[in-house]
Design a protein around this ligand. Structure first.
Ligand code: ARG
Length: 564
């Protein structure tokens, strides 16, 4: 809570003429509402025993009249209690229609890149986290006032095209493709990968040559190759958009690798001219990065002149600089590409690019196998298809609301709420365990749990109105914990945005939901003997809770159902 910190800071200034950054924590409720160990921190500086400093600070805090109780514990911890009326008037002071939003990033531009799936295959769960985390990063930047540009960096370039064409001609047909669409492309791709592997093992290279020749034909603008590429891309892109539509994520731009490949090659030529890059004897081009601590240089062009992943990324960086002049670029991509991005960013530095480039990485999705052991979700049983996962999630959501009047759209919201929220139940850097029962647990740290709490609040507000923000002759004693929680919210968003850690918003929402459930157990809101003053005051608090649920969930890409 910003205000408590400020009050303590003022007191330190007044007592010791000291500018000290004060941290406040939430102690066990038995001790107080807020606590600080600042006396221990500054005792040396002040030249007094911690206990004496604590006495002096505590006395000065009492004098401010902001606290209903100030006490000292242990060697010099200060605990305070705040009068509920103080809390509600503080909330009233800071409340706005955009409560939780700030202007910290005003005037700054950020490019956020997600989910960047690959064209060659059906959308898999491999691109679930890039979408969830990228979307949350986007929302956090938006809510803190940045100008946000989003870009879907499609993996639509390189070997897959050669593999597709060759595979299509050998293993597929027009009618199969028409019927199965991207799933047929996926099947062909897998079959070809296998065939190529077997061929390589046998020492032959006929198939590999064919793949290569289609690629070269495409690069030289051959009409037949271009037509295949266009046809496959259309099928693939339609599928990607369908899935992104179901996930309710979208981007402003979709500039994929293919768009950047030609520019990348031109950029590599420039790097050679300026001496930033070096051409090997075989024709390949590297950028040495020793001065950045990398023994391995970054390969930016193949020996045959073809563009690589890094070539297109080089062009992407230059393009964004020229077009958008961002202060920051965020790449939502899994942990496995950490080394690659650290090299890429080092190259950007070498080129004199000052933009803050952030690899927003995250762990894998695990699941439990039949033996109850954790394993990567996509292992063993083959790739898990995003559409299958969403279908299953919707079926689960349907069973959660069984017997109740819940619209189709709400079922979908619950399904997405469960799937997405699970992405934010731990720090993004850890692997997450995807387990159907816990992601739908109506009593646990889950999306549906928070959604249910939000729906419940909204229902009461719908029936009884939205009350009054600040009722003068009401004490707000019963609402104290909820109001204290509400006051924390803007700081939670600010910190989550600063650290790009949306899981902090998820934890907060869960705590708020729990606080609400505790509240209902003890306090009737609008019926059961409440008088009009109590009712208006309580509804007023609930309206603020409703705002925060909707706002917070929207940061995670989750909607509040109308019923569940
Ligand atoms: N398509 C890539 C993948 O699925 C992710 C692209 C990440 N973005 C980038 N600029 N390299 O692995």
């Amino acid at each position: 809570m910003g205000a408590m910190e400020e009050t303590v800071q003022n007191v330190l200034k007044q007592l010791y003429d000291l500018d000290h950054a004060v941290q406040v924590s939430r102690p066990e409720p038995a001790f107080g509402d807020y606590a600080t160990n600042v006396a221990l921190q500054i005792a040396k500086q002040v030249g007094k025993a911690p206990r004496d400093v604590a006495q002096e600070v505590a006395e000065a805090l009492r004098q401010t009249g902001e606290f209903s109780e100030v006490s000292i514990a242990g060697p010099g911890f200060i605990n305070v209690r705040v009068a509920p009326a103080k809390l509600i008037s503080r909330l009233n002071e800071v409340w706005t229609d955009r409560y939780g939003s700030s202007e910290d990033g005003a005037g700054k531009t950020v490019v956020v890149e997600y989910p960047s799936p690959n064209m060659a295959k059906p959308y898999s769960v491999g691109h679930l986290r890039p979408g969830n985390q990228g979307w949350a990063a986007r929302r956090l930047m938006e809510e803190t006032g940045w100008r946000v540009i989003t870009d879907n960096h499609l993996g639509d370039y390189g070997a897959p095209l050669g593999i597709w064409i060759t595979g299509f001609l050998r293993f597929s047909s027009d009618s199969l493709l028409a019927e199965k669409g991207v799933y047929e492309l996926g099947r062909v791709y897998i079959a070809m990968k296998k065939a190529l592997k077997e061929e390589a093992a046998s020492g032959a290279h006929e198939l590999a040559d064919e793949v290569q020749s289609w690629l070269l034909r495409f690069e030289s603008g051959d009409a037949e190759a271009m037509a295949y590429s266009q046809r496959f891309n259309e099928i693939s892109l339609r599928h990607i958009h369908e899935v992104m539509g179901r996930l309710k994520i979208a981007t402003d731009y979709e500039l994929g690798e293919a768009f950047f490949a030609p520019q990348g090659k031109a950029a590599v030529q420039k790097l050679l001219q300026t001496g930033v890059a070096i051409q090997n004897e075989d024709g390949s081009v590297i950028v040495p990065l020793e001065e950045f601590g990398f023994d391995v240089p970054l390969l930016v062009q193949k020996s045959n002149g073809a563009a690589l992943y890094a070539t297109t990324d080089l062009a992407t960086i230059l393009y964004r600089e020229n077009e958008w002049h961002p202060d920051r670029v965020i790449y939502a991509v899994g942990a496995e590409q950490q080394f690659y991005f650290s090299q890429l960013f080092a190259m950007a530095k070498k080129l004199g690019i000052k933009t803050e480039l952030i690899h927003l990485w995250f762990g894998a999705i695990d699941q439990l196998n039949e033996d109850g052991l954790r394993e990567r979700m996509s292992s063993r049983k083959g790739v898990v298809l995003m559409e299958d996962l969403l279908n299953q999630a919707e079926a689960k959501a349907q069973s959660v609301v069984e017997g109740r009047e819940v619209a189709e759209d709400d079922v979908k919201r619950i399904a997405l709420g469960a799937v997405k929220f699970s992405d934010f139940t731990a720090d993004r850097r850890t692997n997450i365990l995807f387990d159907w029962d816990s992601i739908f647990a109506l009593t646990g740290f889950s999306g549906p749990y928070v959604q249910y709490a939000a729906v419940r609040v909204n229902k009461i507000l719908q029936e009884h109105g939205t009350g009054t923000m600040l009722v003068q002759d009401y004490d707000y004693a019963a609402e104290k914990a909820v109001v204290a929680k509400l006051i924390e919210y803007p700081e939670v968003v600010r910190v989550a945005a600063r650290d790009l850690e949306p899981h902090k918003v998820a934890s907060y929402l869960y705590e708020l939901a729990r606080e609400m459930n505790r509240y209902y157990e003890a306090t009737p809101v609008a019926t059961g003997g409440v008088d009009e003053t109590q009712k208006q005051a309580r509804l007023g608090v609930l309206a603020k809770v409703s705002h925060v649920f909707t706002h917070g969930l929207s940061i995670l890409g989750i909607e509040v159902p109308t019923a569940m």
